[in-house]
Write a protein that binds this ligand. Structure first.
Ligand code: 5GP
Length: 201
């Protein structure tokens, strides 16, 4: 069996990556999603265990000490981390998995999993990004300002990624990610079993 592919997905807050990902799971329900363990407070509308497991700082530090995390990052004073075991299980079982992380987390995963394919979701412009952050209505002005600065820092690291997808039109962004995944199926490293099977006959 061929191994599954890890897709690293990043994009600043306000890039619309959550919406893009939700829509992709509708068209490709077989794709797994890595549920992060995080220490920030739950926002209204969020559901425990859907995108995040909301855990205490103590529990997070214990996971770190026990080497249970593939990567982790401190973002605006809160820990975010990717539990290692579910990702490894998926890959070993031939299933593709999306891991949504910030640029620091992405760099850590690339080091440990050089085969991972990384995609950076970009807002079309700074104006659109600002409008999206303000329109959310969930954060204070101070937090919005911090998120904007963080967004600029993240965008400056977009060149580290394999692919950049602009989220101007939602459907186009979805189609472009699906195209990346379609082409990836033909990469040589995903077809070594096939090649060896033919050769061994
Ligand atoms: P938010 O608090 O807006 O949900 O997420 C803040 C940032 O943390 C986003 O850039 C998001 O992509 C990132 N993030 C979410 N989960 C993880 C994770 O498991 N690890 C890392 N390093 N970043 C994460």
């Amino acid at each position: 069996m061929n191994k599954g592919r890890v897709y690293i997905i990043s994009g600043p807050s306000g890039s619309g990556k959550d919406t893009v990902l939700k829509e992709i799971f509708k068209v490709m329900p077989e794709i797994k999603f890595s549920i992060s363990s995080i220490t920030r407070d739950m926002r209204s509308g969020e559901v425990e265990g859907e995108k995040y497991n909301f855990i205490t700082r103590e529990r997070f530090e214990q996971m770190l000490a026990d080497d249970e995390l593939l990567e982790h990052n401190l973002f605006l004073g809160n820990y975010y981390g990717t539990p290692k075991a579910p990702v490894i299980n998926c890959v070993e079982n031939g299933q593709d998995i999306f891991i949504e992380v910030d640029v620091n987390g992405a760099a850590q995963i690339r080091q440990k999993m050089p085969d991972a394919v990384s995609v950076f979701i970009m807002p079309p412009s700074l104006e659109v990004l600002k409008a999206r952050l303000c329109g959310r209505g969930t954060d204070s002005d101070e937090i919005i300002e911090k998120r904007l600065n963080e967004a600029l820092r993240e965008i400056s690291r977009a060149p580290e990624y394999d692919y950049v997808v602009v989220n101007d039109n939602l459907q186009t962004a979805i189609n472009n990610i699906v195209s990346i995944m379609s082409v990836d199926k033909f990469k040589t490293d995903r077809n070594l079993n096939l090649i060896n099977q033919v050769l061994s006959k």
